[in-house]
Design a protein around this ligand. Structure first.
Ligand SMILES: [Zn+2]
Ligand SMILES: [Zn+2]
Length: 258
């Protein structure tokens, strides 16, 4: 499993692209790829991402996961689809996300480019995920659970042949999220705050506690509030260095390989 941090930022960070991960892994005998979240600035970051091969940037992912319908997690879809069209995509693109996915995705794409969906040369397949109901995404077994966020948001467990990922989207981890993180190769959890108690969001402390208690191998903390990452980045890195597992604050373009 190879996880590329396309973006690691929160919603409105002018320096760091919105949090978005590109996952490549084996599903049976086939290499498959998924893009996890595609916000305002994530699609542009994807096409310029130094951690990705030319072919992955040209071909795009097999599937896209939308954790929830906030702009920093799905407003990059029109960009992604239009660029895929320009780059000659013909194979279907599978879009997975929570309840209302087809409507929300259609709305954002139509607002940006009213005729785009009608003239796509590839099929856009929207598949809604339900909490706790197993699903298959790009050939990978997956499961989702509701996080503690202001809008309904799903955390995701994605099982590749050689590594398991948990990606928490936005929000503090709930007991169901902690179950999904159990034994994962990599947990990617937002740390919008430093300590627990941030309304609708998680914290660096909860990310560490979740990954440690889940017996995960590694933790990446993303979506840190921009002022905190800038002004207290060193303190956050020291906290992560003190964890009992490998824990890090990834930079855009960084790659984690299991
Ligand atoms: Zn967000
Ligand atoms: Zn959000």
């Amino acid at each position: 499993m190879r996880v590329t941090f396309v973006g690691v930022g929160e919603a409105f960070d002018e320096c760091l692209p919105n949090t978005s991960l590109f996952v490549a892994g084996m599903a049976g005998e086939s290499r498959r790829t998924v893009l996890l979240d595609c916000g305002f600035t994530a699609a542009a970051a994807f096409f310029g991402c130094p951690g990705l091969s030319d072919s992955d940037r040209r071909d795009g992912p097999d599937a896209v996961w939308i954790s929830h319908f906030h702009g920093d997690h799905f407003f990059g879809l029109p960009y992604l689809l239009a660029r895929m069209q320009e780059q000659g995509r013909v194979r279907p693109l599978f879009l997975h996300g929570g309840e209302g996915l087809a409507t929300r995705a259609g709305q954002v794409v139509d607002l940006a480019y009213p005729n785009l969906r009608a003239r796509l040369d590839f099929e856009l397949v929207c598949l809604e995920a339900r909490p706790e109901v197993p699903l298959v995404m790009a050939g990978f077994a997956a499961r989702a659970a509701v996080t503690g966020h202001g809008a309904p948001c799903l955390g995701l467990r994605l099982e590749t042949r050689f590594g398991v990922l948990y990606y928490g989207g936005d929000g503090a981890p709930t007991p169901a999220c902690r179950d999904l993180a159990s034994g994962c190769t990599l947990v990617v959890q937002e740390g919008y705050g430093i300590s627990p108690g941030v309304a609708g969001h998680g914290s660096v402390a909860e990310a560490v506690e979740t990954a440690e208690s889940a017996w995960a191998n590694a933790l990446a903390v993303v979506h840190v509030r921009r002022e905190l990452r800038r002004e207290r980045g060193e303190a956050i890195r020291r906290t992560l260095a003190g964890a009992s597992i490998r824990a890090f604050l990834p930079e855009p373009g960084e790659v984690f390989e299991a």
